[in-house]
Design a protein around this ligand. Sequence first.
Ligand code: ATP
Ligand code: MG
Length: 425
Amino acid sequence: MAIQRPKGTQDLLPGTVEQWQYLEETMRCVCREYGYDEIRTPMFEATELFQRGVGQTTDIVKKEMYTFLDKGDRSMTLRPELTASVCRAYVENKLYGQPQPIKLFYIGPMFRYERPQSGRFRQFHQFGVEVLGADQAVVDAEVISLVWDLYKRLGLTKLEVHVNSVGCPVCRPKHRVQLQEFLTTRRDGLCKDCLDRFDRNPLRILDCKNPACQAATIGAPTTRDTLCEDCSTHFEKVLAFLEAAGVVCRVNPRLVRGLDYYTKTAFEVMVEEIGAQSAICGGGRYDGLVEEIGGPPTPGFGFAMGMERILAALQVQHKLPEEKPRVFAMLIALGEKAQIEGFSLMSALRTQSIPVSMDLLNRSLKAQLKAADRQGARYALILGEQELEEKVLLIRDLTLGEQNQVPLSKAVEEIKKMYQRGVNA
Ligand code: ATP
Ligand code: MG
């Protein structure tokens, strides 16, 4: 039997790849405008980085990591997300010694051993941003408005931005006690995972997707009720900045992020119409993370966005660019001599950065014209035996059906002019 790709992975073929390029270019463009620089870190890291940086109690670390021993018996893990890696790179490369904050973005594949379904893959792609070294509320707002602007630029609609504050090590213990008290009498309704979370990390019970757990937590005390003064002021400021930037968001007191290192602001973006996996972006503040992985105390704020889900949303909302760029001209050379002459012409045109291609199968005129049409070429450059003898090139406008001849010696110059007119039109 033929070998197939691993479950939960995708081959991105021409036709689809152009959509990815469009999305990536738009992301890079927005980041450039906001003054964020790209970072690229390894596809795999020491397993301990994710155990510490993502958190032992999270689903990611408990169930979803691709972990293996390398030939030197070191435990390695394919990156399931990038915040921990970016923080490691920040510490390892002493970026804390440079002027702060450090504003970074990344685009790339992540790996999680999950049950594949619509919107859920084992290799998927995230675009994300991390700001390290600034704890001001304006940072949170700037990053959220970057997300907002990106969606506007992509033309995405029907989305909801939810924000909340999950507090900090000062005020969260108080909430934890209140939540545990509230849930004591409702324990029977909780799923097995949540019973496990009850002592270890009860906050995450609010995050459980299980309907029974959601029902059991209706009316539960929220982190917002117990925020300390610092967290509360911070949150009010974030909301004020977001309003000033025109970001439409909803305070959702039930929003808690699944990761252990989140402090203060948490946010999530949901989009309608793409099915059950409607979360397209999640992020927040993580003031404890850099220290957790062995660096100096450093505040951080960031998000990760699922690119497959953004593309799915763009698809249903008909917001993807329709066509791939067309080739400007197809060279149709007939006969061996013409092919050599044509190949030389094509190489001259390519030196001038004019997009042109040529039949590689030595087919008939009819077949080549058909191919030119299929590729959406604007012009056919025809070079047959007769043209070769007369030292001319036949240029046929495939849209208008007109054609004219130019001396072969002037062909490059002529085609270049036509191309520039087209580009400037
Ligand atoms: P979910 O609740 O969908 O499992 P998550 O909390 O695990 O999401 P994060 O770790 O915050 O997600 O990752 C940020 C974004 O990455 C998500 O909002 C989602 O768009 C995307 N994402 C996460 N896991 C997958 C996956 N297995 N396949 C595709 N996209 C994913
Ligand atoms: Mg998940």
